[in-house]
Design a protein around this ligand. Structure first.
Ligand SMILES: Cc1cc2nc3c(=O)[nH]c(=O)nc-3n(C[C@H](O)[C@H](O)[C@H](O)COP(=O)(O)O)c2cc1C
Length: 380
């Protein structure tokens, strides 16, 4: 291990971490970003996690989120077990060491392919393998996996047992409180009991049921009412299990309130659309002392993303695939709309590169200056 210092604190640098391209003007941000992006991954903790979200939590998104929080557990998008086995594995499972800790979420309903995909995922370095028993999309439902599996606890148990026997890393389950007419508390308890008997010790529970027919996936994230109390009671009933609550949590205050009842909180949309929320996680959720908590400024985050984009674009990646995850970084701040516009329009220009992020950064810096000047003028 090499050691760098950041904010007066030694930081261990994981061997094999990908070097970050330099060349940007700001030396402090260079130092911060290199130091901040390359320490050894912290231990796996599910006290706070960012939810798996298809078309959202890809490797670029996770790299960006990791600049904001050292401690949160990050999840991949769901990958079908068969895609991992038969598809372009190198592309599907690619990630950088700096993203860790990252859990791989798998979709499937058959023990053998799930076990094989889990083994492949673990060999690629993922620190946890999660089974999706919560997604109600038509595609997933027709394959009889995702939330449809809530109706088949014995099958889920067989999948978990097979996956556990294939990997040394933890195997976890993300589920709903129920589906269709199988939505009683007794059914949820039976489900958890059966799957826990196969060795699962962590359940991430989206605190609402899903209607498999009649509601779109989006509606299934909004219409069935949230029932946090049911998840709290699940924890009380199974104190030996790790229960993580998910669904509709939009602030760190709310997350902390849930932590009085359960072991962890998982945020999806709020973290994605308002990523600056993640900048408070290390201090507010993990109690990291202020000086060691990962707390880059927005400008430093943007400079680090410029260097990342420079590397990725040099390898042929399109800029907009990176910047689309960053649109909410200035949400609620002066210039947020301009920032979004520059990033979303600029990144789609042919040949666009990191200079588009620099433009967006310059725009918010100008706005800040105008604000400061106005405040000064009001004082006079
Ligand atoms: C765009 C989008 C994609 C999602 N994809 C997945 C997925 O791949 N796997 C999964 O288990 N849940 C998926 N979800 C559900 C989230 O993980 C989470 O359970 C849900 O959004 C509720 O949490 P929230 O209210 O904090 O967003 C997705 C949600 C969204 C908004």
């Amino acid at each position: 291990m090499n050691k760098l210092r950041f904010g007066g604190h030694p930081i261990e640098i994981a061997p094999g971490s990908a070097p970050i391209a330099t060349g940007a003007a700001n030396a402090k941000a260079d130092h911060c970003a290199q130091a901040e992006m390359r320490p050894a991954a912290p231990p796996l903790s599910r006290r706070f996690s960012v939810a798996p979200m298809m078309d959202c939590t890809d490797r670029h998104c996770r790299y960006f989120h990791r600049l904001l929080t050292r401690r949160a557990l990050l999840y991949t998008e769901m990958l079908a077990a068969n895609a991992v086995i038969h598809g372009d594995r190198a592309r599907l499972l690619a990630h950088r060491p700096e993203e860790h800790p990252v859990a791989l979420q798998l979709g499937g309903a058959d023990p053998a392919p799930l076990a094989e995909a889990a083994a492949i995922g673990a060999a690629h370095g993922y620190v946890e393998i999660n089974l999706n028993v919560g997604c109600p999309s038509g595609r997933v439902r027709d394959g009889c996996f995702g939330a449809a599996l809530m109706a088949e606890p014995a099958r889920v148990a067989a999948c978990v047992a097979a996956m556990r026997s294939a990997v040394a890393v933890p195997v976890t389950v993300k589920c709903r409180t129920g589906i269709d007419n199988l939505d009683s508390e007794a059914h949820l308890i039976r489900f958890v009991e059966t799957v826990a008997a196969a060795g699962a010790t962590t359940f991430i529970v989206h605190a609402r049921k899903a209607w498999l027919s009649g509601l779109s996936p989006k509606e299934n994230r909004e219409i069935p009412p949230l029932d946090y109390e049911r998840v709290y009671r699940l924890k009380a009933r199974f104190p030996e299990l790790e229960i993580v609550i998910n669904g509709g949590i939009t602030s760190l205050d709310a997350a902390r309130a849930h932590l009085a009842h359960v072991d962890g909180v998982m945020l999806g949309r709020a973290a994605y659309h308002d990523p600056w929320l993640l900048a408070g996680v290390d201090a507010a959720i993990y109690g990291a002392p202020q000086q060691s908590a990962r707390k880059l400024s927005r400008s430093e985050v943007l400079r680090a993303m410029m260097r990342y984009a420079e590397e990725e674009c040099a390898r042929g990646e399109a800029l907009h695939r990176i910047t689309r995850h960053m649109l909410g970084l200035c949400r609620g701040r002066p210039g947020a709309r301009t920032f979004r516009r520059i990033l979303s329009e600029g990144a789609c220009r042919p040949g666009a590169g990191p200079e588009v992020i620099a433009e967006a950064l310059a725009a918010i810096s100008r706005m800040r200056q105008v604000d400061a000047d106005q405040a000064k003028a009001q004082q006079c």
